[in-house]
Design a protein around this ligand. Structure first.
Ligand code: KIV
Length: 262
């Protein structure tokens, strides 16, 4: 598959929906590369892979380590790396950390959370040669500040705020926007209000593509399954069954049999 460019991604606005999925390592990015248009090295890795209760303790070093692995596994796929909490609190910090992503990995773009209030950061990055993906709606990095994961777009005021956020992020130069945890009709209005592709997660079908956290959609992450997640396989029970079979065979001295020895 030919790697998408920012231009070819933008041409997918209101056309063939974009397929985005998170990836955290080379093993899975290689597998996903057959179907995904875009791989997102999400800071959600801090939860499913890092074992933490939220994304807030993810670090730049962690994101760079995982981005390198993902890019090595899928060099032909467009990769976006999440800027972790605290890595873009002002323009100087944001640019230094985004430059680290470009210098130390082969990622194509970075993602930052926030709307109108973060537009000046998006503008600072894009005007310094960094491709930026915005992220509005439910913001996982605001988990503690907002006291949980809050679905957005429940009132007309919130809907208008989301539209203003999307337009500010587009105006600041972002080439694509993720919208998370937003009422479906409002997400559709947001997508219609901008000319960049809007990728939904828990935001219905009126957008320009979808993203899911891979450990959620493969049924591997058990602590919490959000309402919007469709599990395309029962990963956790398949893995547990396989390891349990291995245990039984090891303990019964059935593995390795003559087929598996030198
Ligand atoms: O970190 C992540 O995986 C994300 C997705 C939820 C979009 O930002």
């Amino acid at each position: 598959m030919k790697k998408l460019t920012i231009g070819s991604i933008q041409k997918r606005k209101s056309s063939l929906p974009l397929v985005m999925i998170t990836a955290y390592d080379a093993l899975f990015s290689r597998l996903f590369s057959e179907s995904a248009d875009i791989l997102l090295v999400g800071d959600s890795l801090n939860m499913s892979f890092g074992g933490n209760p939220d994304t807030l303790s993810a670090t730049m070093d962690q994101m760079i380590y995982h981005t390198n692995a993902v890019c090595k596994g899928a060099p032909e796929i467009f990769v976006i790396t999440d800027m972790p909490f605290g890595s873009y609190c002002d323009e100087k910090t944001a640019l230094e950390n985004a430059i680290r992503v470009y210098r130390e990995t082969a990622a194509d773009a970075v993602k930052i959370e926030g709307g109108t209030d973060k537009a000046h950061l998006v503008h600072h990055l894009t005007s310094n040669g960094i491709a930026v993906c915005g992220h509005i709606g439910l913001l996982p990095q605001a988990f503690r500040a907002e006291g949980g994961y809050k679905v957005k777009g429940k009132t007309e005021t919130e809907a208008l705020t989301l539209i203003a956020d999307a337009q500010a992020i587009e105006e600041a130069g972002a080439f694509i926007l993720v919208i998370e945890g937003v009422k479906a009709d409002v997400a559709t209005r947001v997508a219609q209000s901008v000319s960049i592709p809007v990728i939904g997660i828990g935001a219905g079908n009126g957008v320009d593509g979808q993203v899911l956290v891979f450990s959620d959609m493969l049924g591997l992450y058990e602590p919490f399954v959000p309402k919007f997640v469709k599990q395309y396989m029962n990963g956790a029970s398949s893995v547990k069954k396989a390891v349990s079979n291995y245990k039984t065979e090891v303990q019964n001295k059935e593995f390795p049999n003559e087929n598996y020895i030198y």
